[in-house]
Design a protein around this ligand. Structure first.
Ligand code: ZN
Length: 304
């Protein structure tokens, strides 16, 4: 078996040797064949390429991830901006009311049955005519107002201007006593008096910026004043001097005062022009209509 196997091996070696010789002679063709195999090689490259692509994919993913992170950061910045905006909005209401309460301009102080004269309201007085005085800051405007009215051929005259606290107390007590003399109790008389004369502390005359002006030909405090040429000139031109007709007809629910076509109040030319042009009240201009929520006063006066 061994020998036989050896013969077979020898025979196999011979076959191999012959085969090797044939292979050697055919080598150029094989080389050519190898050069003709690029298609197969190309067939492999795509696989490599695919792997490279696969390898590249994570990079792409990283890029996407980076972009995503950037976008997220930008979004976060936007959110931060939104928070800043929210802070600004939140800040405004906290700071706005303070100056309004503590720094009301002197010419915009409201005094009516629901808003009494501020205790810290200070001003100097200047005489306009006779015993009548007003806040010095509107005295010249008032003098010019009257002078121009007279120059237009009319006969205006002041019948009431600044009133001290005592002046208003005197007027109010006088009105109370008139009702007591008619048989009313003191409490009843005070309620009735408050409808005709402002309760001390709630008259605009105490502010020094209000003045009652009548026509000499008709010296009465009634609605008929509106028909005089003097009042019609005063009403038509008051805003040019910074004054407004303070209690227009039909505005009693808003002002708390009856129609008074003789009572003028200084607010300044710009604001007076806006109020008279729009035909609104001082309360409407200020946005302060009716009593404050913490106060309830039903008293309506007749003579502001
Ligand atoms: Zn008045």
């Amino acid at each position: 078996m061994t020998k036989r196997f050896g013969i077979n091996l020898t025979a196999a070696a011979l076959v191999l040797a012959l085969a090797a010789g044939m292979l050697t002679s055919c080598l150029p063709y094989l080389e050519l064949d190898e050069f003709t195999l690029p298609e197969e090689t190309t067939g492999i490259i795509p696989e490599v390429t695919t792997e490279e692509e696969t390898t590249v994919s994570p990079e792409t993913t990283e890029e996407v991830t980076t972009e995503a992170e950037t976008t997220a950061e930008e979004t976060t910045e936007e959110v931060t901006t939104a928070e800043e905006t929210t802070e600004e909005v939140t800040t405004e209401p906290e700071t706005t009311p303070e100056p309004e309460v503590t720094e009301t301009p002197w010419n915009l102080v409201l005094v009516n049955p629901w808003y009494p004269l501020p205790k810290d309201h200070e001003f100097e007085l200047t005489t306009v005519t006779g015993k009548y005085k007003v806040d010095s800051r509107c005295a010249d405007a008032l003098k010019q107002f009257l002078a121009d009215c007279k120059a237009a051929g009319h006969t205006p005259y002041i019948c009431s201007a600044y009133r001290t606290w005592d002046d208003q107390v005197y007027l109010f007590d006088k009105k109370v006593n008139s009702f007591i003399s008619k048989g009313y109790s003191e409490s009843e008389a005070k309620v009735l008096a408050a409808k005709e004369t402002a309760v001390p502390g709630t008259s605009e005359h105490q502010l020094g910026l209000a003045v009652d002006i009548l026509c000499q030909s008709r010296p009465w405090l009634d609605e008929g004043q509106a028909k005089t040429a003097t009042q019609q000139w005063l009403m038509a031109n008051c805003h040019k001097y910074g004054f407004i007709l303070r209690y227009p007809k039909g505005t009693t629910p808003i002002t708390g005062i009856i129609y008074e076509p003789w009572h003028y109040r200084y607010v300044g030319v710009e604001i007076a022009t806006e109020i008279m042009t729009k035909g609104i009240t001082f309360e409407e201009y200020l946005g302060l209509i009716g009593p404050p929520e913490e106060t309830k006063t039903e008293e309506i006066t007749v003579n502001g």
